[in-house]
Design a binder for this molecule. Structure first.
Ligand SMILES: O=C(O)CCC(=O)C(=O)O
Ligand SMILES: [Fe+2]
Length: 275
C-alpha cells in the first residue's frame, strides 16, 4: 500500500508545522492562538498544495455514493436528535433547525487516502495540541467519527449548533457555487452561562452578530465551536457539492463517541438520491 507523506501535500513553507520551535514556527503558533482566542477561529488558507487538493477532490468525490444521508431537524444543543420538552415552547432548547447533508464515516474512508494521511500526520496533531494548549491530544479512535466527510448539495444545511468537543478542525475540499458559507457568532455562551436570550436573538434576526467566512477549498480551519454558535448556510444552486473533512481529536488516546450518538448516525439513510 502506497501512502503519501503529508509534508508533500501541505504548504509547509507557509505553515511551518514541522518546525514549531523555530522563530517562524513560534510566530505561526502565536497568531493561530490569538485568532482562536479573539475571534474563535483560525483560518489557514492554502493549507494544501493545489495538486494535493485536486487529488483529494477526486478521491472524496468517489466516496460520496457511500454516504449516509441525514435529513432531520435538530436543536443547537448536545443530544441534538430530540427536543427536550421540559423546556417551555419557544425556548432556544426547543427550536429545531434544518439539518441535511450526506456523511461519509471514518471506516468508509480508505487507509491510504490523502485526506487520512493529513488527518494522521503527527505534526498536525502536535500543532493542534499546542494551539489548544492541551497537555495531551490524540486523533480520535472512533471507527465512525474520527475522520468524516460532510457533503452538501443544493438545499442542504448544517443548522445552528454548538459543538460538544473543544476543538473542531475542518479541511474544505470543494466549495459550492453558491451558499454553504460557514457562519458563526464568537463566544456566544460560556461554561456557566448559556446566554439563551442572545441565542434566541440570533435565531430571530441572524443579521447583526453573525460573521460569515467564505472559505476557499484547501483551507484548514480551527474553530472553537463549543462556545461559538455556528452553522453552514443552505447550499444554493451548484454544479458541485460542498465537501468538507472533519478531524476529531481528544485528550484521551482511546476516545469513542457515545453509543447514543453512534446509533443516531447509523440510523441515517444510505444511498439516498443526491439532493
Ligand atoms: O462544515 C463546516 O464548515 C462545519 C461543520 C460543523 O460545524 C460540525 O460538523 O460540527
Ligand atoms: Fe459544528
Amino acid at each position: 500500500m502506497k501512502t503519501t507523506s503529508p509534508a508533500t501535500l501541505v504548504d509547509v513553507g507557509r505553515y511551518p508545522l514541522e518546525n514549531l520551535d523555530s522563530p517562524d514556527g513560534q510566530a505561526f503558533l502565536t497568531s493561530c492562538q490569538s485568532g482562536l482566542e479573539k475571534q474563535s477561529i483560525c483560518v489557514l488558507e492554502g493549507f494544501l498544495h493545489p495538486r494535493a487538493l485536486a487529488g483529494m477532490v477526486r478521491e472524496t468525490s468517489a466516496l460520496i455514493p457511500l454516504g449516509y444521508y441525514y435529513d432531520r431537524p435538530r436543536t443547537s444543543y448536545e443530544g441534538n436528535d430530540y427536543v427536550d420538552r421540559t423546556w417551555p415552547a419557544g425556548h432556544p432548547r426547543t427550536i429545531e433547525h434544518v439539518n441535511r447533508y450526506r456523511q461519509v464515516l471514518n471506516y468508509q474512508i480508505p487507509n491510504d487516502s490523502l485526506v487520512r494521511s493529513v488527518f494522521l500526520w503527527p505534526a498536525l496533531t502536535e500543532f493542534v495540541r499546542r494551539v489548544l494548549g492541551f497537555e495531551n491530544l490524540y486523533t480520535s479512535a472512533c471507527p465512525h467519527l474520527a475522520l468524516t466527510l460532510q457533503i452538501a448539495h443544493e438545499g442542504d444545511s448544517n443548522g445552528w449548533h454548538f459543538d460538544s468537543n473543544n476543538g473542531n478542525i475542518t479541511l474544505l475540499i470543494q466549495a459550492p457555487d453558491s451558499g454553504g458559507a460557514f457562519e458563526y457568532v464568537p463566544d456566544l455562551r460560556a461554561d456557566h452561562d448559556e446566554h439563551y436570550d442572545d441565542v434566541r436573538a440570533v435565531f430571530e434576526a441572524p443579521g447583526k452578530r453573525v460573521r460569515r467566512t467564505d472559505i476557499r477549498p484547501g483551507t484548514l480551519v480551527l474553530f472553537n465551536g463549543k462556545y461559538a454558535l455556528h452553522r453552514v448556510s443552505p447550499v444554493g444552486p451548484t454544479k458541485r457539492p460542498r465537501i468538507i473533512a472533519i478531524f476529531s481529536y481528544d485528550k484521551r488516546p482511546d476516545q469513542l463517541f457515545s453509543r447514543d450518538y453512534i446509533e443516531m448516525v447509523r440510523s441515517f439513510r444510505q444511498d439516498a438520491p443526491a439532493g
